[in-house]
Design a protein around this ligand. Structure first.
Ligand code: SF4
Ligand code: SF4
Length: 446
């Protein structure tokens, strides 16, 4: 069967077998959580609580009057012990609220709201109040994504069930275990957006999730034309631009966004959060994630409160071996190696990988041999070796002209490079430098 896909990409070992058959386990309520005040792309939140306050599970504890932004909420009931910087998975210490559990489970959820009966403005406000962000890793506020500019009408919404990162199986288990909730969340998102159709895209290595989803569509799609389709198993099939190309054959332009071609993509975990925000009035305070890797002796799919410190789950919930060398938040391709086990689970944490020495080995970087494999692998048709050379001599204008900003840091080029050049890391850094340079130029009126 010829499955839909995109040009370029790679086929890294999938390594999903350790967790793909394991049902999602709910962790016991932790004794304490560390909730970063800002967990979304956009403005910085301010605390709405102070040290000593008792907070209820679901209570809003951080927000800002700005857009884009996403509120944060207490994920357990207890007492605010500290408000101070703490390590987070983006490697920057960010201000966080430390809550100690008081052993009760009182909640402060919002009243249920029917997205099919309320106004569009009320529905968007509910998403904002629930602090929902893209849970595939991007952490972009969902209320903003589902309200595109009036001159950018969206006709199609795609549920991203590709989960192309090696090791990760949480989206797969979510589709397998709660297909009705995924379908319901997609119908709600499509309705709010005013989209004509909704498509659930599943990679072919997870084809057994398809029938369950298809069975739930008639009862839970609320009249939204909806179908579930398989796409080829290839990395990075779950990248927004790749999925849009594979499903609709539309190409998001350079420097453009999905709504420029009339499409919005939402991760399946986000769809579950949308459904819960309306049906239960529950803000985004918990999430599922995969724990795996060769140094993890208990690979699992877990569901835990946001703010659960990963080290606090060791050894009762997760056991690691003595040769643990590296901890990655996210998948191995796009995730970030964190320096401490004190890092808490955030809204964007799809996995935590524990790598041993063999997996973590950093190969010595050699000179570029101009083989072109990085360009063949790049799904957005960039020339990674040229961008790398431009960044190396600090010629950021040239890197920009080569399309640096279109790089979405998928890691396919680094993976393909026989000289072991850390291209993706260089591009991440190069983009930061370029943004700073452009901001400086704007300040000086250039
Ligand atoms: S240049 Fe960027 S988008 Fe292209 S393969 Fe490398 S990391 Fe992915
Ligand atoms: S894959 Fe590596 S060695 Fe080959 S051209 Fe690209 S940067 Fe150079």
């Amino acid at each position: 069967m010829n499955l839909k896909t995109f040009r370029g990409g790679i086929h890294p070992p999938e390594r999903k077998e350790a967790t793909c058959d394991l049902p999602i386990e709910h962790v016991p309520t932790p004794a304490s959580v560390v909730i970063h005040l800002t967990q979304a792309v956009g403005a910085q939140n301010q605390p709405l609580v102070k040290i000593g306050d008792r907070v209820l599970k679901g209570q809003k504890i951080g927000d800002v009057d700005a857009c884009p932004a996403a509120a944060v909420h207490a994920s357990i009931t207890g007492i605010v012990k500290k408000i101070e910087p703490a390590p987070q998975s983006n490697l920057r210490d960010g201000m966080a609220i430390f809550i100690e559990a008081d052993g009760t489970d009182e909640t402060a959820y919002m009243p249920p709201l029917d997205p099919f009966a309320c106004s569009r403005e009320e529905a968007i406000k509910r998403l904002r109040d629930a602090g929902i962000v893209g849970m595939g890793g991007a952490s972009f506020p969902t209320d903003v994504k589902l309200a595109p500019p009036a001159d950018k009408p969206v006709d199609t919404i795609i549920a991203n069930g590709a989960e192309c990162e090696p090791y990760l199986t949480i989206d797969y288990r979510t589709m397998l275990e709660t297909p009705a909730v995924v379908v319901e969340g997609l119908a709600m998102a499509a309705h709010i957006l005013g989209a004509d159709k909704a498509i659930i895209a599943i990679e072919s290595n997870k084809a057994d999730a398809l029938p369950g989803i298809q069975r739930e569509i008639p009862a839970h799609a609320h009249g939204v034309p909806m179908e579930a389709v398989l796409v080829a198993t290839k990395y990075p099939q779950g990248g927004e631009k790749m999925l849009i190309k594979a499903i609709t054959n539309r190409e998001v332009p350079s420097h453009g966004l999905p709504f420029d071609v009339g499409v919005i993509v939402q991760n399946v975990g986000t769809l579950v959060a949308i459904s819960e925000a309306f049906i239960q009035g529950k803000p985004l305070i918990e999430r599922g994630f995969t724990v795996s890797g060769e140094a993890c002796r208990t690979p699992k799919n877990l569901y835990a409160p946001i703010g659960t410190v990963i080290g606090s789950l060791i050894p009762d919930v997760i056991q690691v071996s003595d040769d643990l060398r590296k901890v990655i938040f996210g998948g191995p391709m796009m995730g970030v190696a964190v320096p401490t086990l004190q890092t808490p689970i955030a809204k964007g944490t799809s996995g935590v990988l524990f790598f041993n020495t063999a997996e973590a080995t950093q190969y010595e970087e050699r000179q570029c041999i101009r083989c072109g494999r990085c360009a063949d692998a790049c799904p957005v048709r960039l020339m990674p070796m040229l961008m790398n050379a431009a960044i190396a001599i600090k010629d950021l204008d040239r890197a920009d002209a080569l399309g640096l900003i279109d790089c979405f840091e998928c890691g396919a080029c680094s993976y393909s490079c026989p000289a072991r050049i850390p291209l993706t890391q260089r591009f991440r850094l190069g983009k930061d430098l370029l943004r700073n340079q452009r901001a400086k130029e704007a300040r000086h009126g250039k």
